[in-house]
Design a binder for this molecule. Structure first.
Ligand SMILES: *Cc1c(COP(=O)(O)O)cnc(C)c1O
Length: 415
């Protein structure tokens, strides 16, 4: 459920016409809905009810400070994957880094030191060498690093191959069979404190069977470790719950919670959830303006002012985003078009072979479900300034990131 809807033929974000925002701040612009964001967090929190749990929003899905601030105020902790994300959380959460979990296969010693200084909740460690370095960095500081091992449960998440992370061939996590030995080894390392166990099998999961299968394995390992005397408290089940971009029918948060709670029953653990996409994905749209129409002997193109540098998901993952006119017209027959951007790459196609009512130059389009992995993956390719970002709240809205200036494009460069 989201708060983007038509009223008398005009597309609104909550109580604000999207055209008003486009006219004021220009395009391309990401627009987010406060009501949708807070609703998604509440639904997730309520789904887990009395089961001890912690929602640690996955910062990489959308890392704008205003969004992080909002989610912090809604009671979220954070799942980070870099020192940069830690720095963002520090600002947005007013230095409350007590509910931060840190994943990623390539943490540097500097990043570990920063996270130890910040007093984060949990390092999710992804290899033996990383575990040994974490021990060393913590000992140098005279502290113990709270850690969990991210295990790879070898489960096919049945999602796009580029966002599956739990396969045997994946770079993520420690092979399931080797995790126990690592925990045993950590007993002799004075800079480490075994606090949890972690897994994350992929993103845009639409099927609960692989979630159930992975968690059954991981919960079994958790119980075994506790039986061996490890004082674990956190079972981090990762994120990955999918959303509807087109016709997908992912488990609802309530169904997801049922599967998770059932699979982890008897562990006594506090569950750590790391949702990203399901929180922000359908809480954002990308507003863009039509520049030109072009017909070739085989195709019809609508050329817009947003490109793959602004929203790379279609080019990167063959992802589908619905496209809607910001104002509905009845200008005759709808046709099949490719909505393309201005970037000099053949993969710069935002929407392929879509039925769309006729558009004219100057018309506004909204690319839906663009709140997750949209702006956070945007780049300056083709020396394009990244989009502005706007947050709507009821009938009010504000710019939460200004459109870049040309000077921003060469900041730090020396001619
Ligand atoms: C990306 C990521 C998430 C969030 O995934 P979503 O599909 O956006 O929910 C959670 N945990 C880890 C470790 C991740 O890398």
């Amino acid at each position: 459920m989201n708060h983007f809807a038509y009223k008398r033929g005009a597309l609104f974000a909550e109580d604000v016409p999207l055209a008003e925002i486009a006219n004021a701040v220009g395009t391309p612009t990401y627009v987010y809905s406060t009501a949708t964001l807070t609703r998604h967090v509440k639904v997730m929190q309520q789904a887990f009810g009395h089961t001890p749990h912690l929602v640690c929003y996955s910062v990489k899905a959308n890392s704008n400070l205003a969004i992080l601030r909002l989610l912090h105020e809604a009671g979220c902790g954070f799942d980070i994957v870099s020192g940069g994300e830690l720095a963002r959380v520090r600002v947005a959460a007013r230095a409350d880094t007590s509910r931060v979990v840190f994943a990623g296969v390539g943490k540097t010693a500097d990043e570990m030191a920063q996270a130890l200084d910040a007093g984060i909740l949990l390092f999710n460690v992804e290899s033996e060498e990383e575990l040994l370095l974490l021990d060393k960095v913590a000992r140098e500081k005279g502290v113990r690093a709270p850690f969990g091992i991210r295990v790879n449960p070898h489960v096919d998440a049945r999602t796009h191959r580029h966002i599956a992370t739990g396969l045997k061939t994946s770079k993520f996590g420690v092979p399931f069979e080797e995790a126990r030995a690592l925990y045993q080894r950590s007993r002799r390392l004075k800079g480490l404190w075994a606090r949890g166990l972690d897994c994350h099998i992929g993103s845009q999961l639409t099927d609960s069977a692989p979630i159930r299968a992975a968690l059954a394995r991981v919960a079994g390992l958790y119980r075994a470790l506790v039986a061996q005397g490890f004082a674990l408290q956190y079972l981090d089940i990762g994120g990955g719950l999918g959303i509807t971009y087109k016709e997908e029918t992912p488990p609802s948060p309530a169904e997801y919670a049922r599967v998770v709670v059932e699979a982890t029953r008897g562990t006594g653990a506090t569950l750590v959830l790391e949702p990203g996409r399901v929180v922000v994905g359908n809480a954002g749209v990308l507003l863009t303006r039509v520049l030109y129409r072009k017909k070739t002997p085989t195709r019809s193109f609508v050329i817009v002012d947003a490109g793959m540098n602004d929203l790379i998901r279609p080019a990167l993952y063959e992802a589908h985003h619905e496209v809607r006119p910001v104002r509905r017209h009845s200008r005759g027959r709808t046709g099949r078009v490719d909505v393309v951007g201005p970037i000099c790459e053949s993969t710069d196609v935002l929407a392929k072979d879509r039925v769309l009512a006729p558009v004219r130059p100057g018309d506004l389009l909204a690319i839906l479900s663009a709140g997750a992995y949209g702006m956070s993956m945007a780049s300056n390719y083709n020396s394009r300034r990244r989009p502005a970002e706007v947050l709507v709240n009821g009938d009010a809205w504000r710019v939460i990131r200004q459109r870049e200036l040309y000077e921003d494009l060469w900041r730090g460069e020396t001619p």
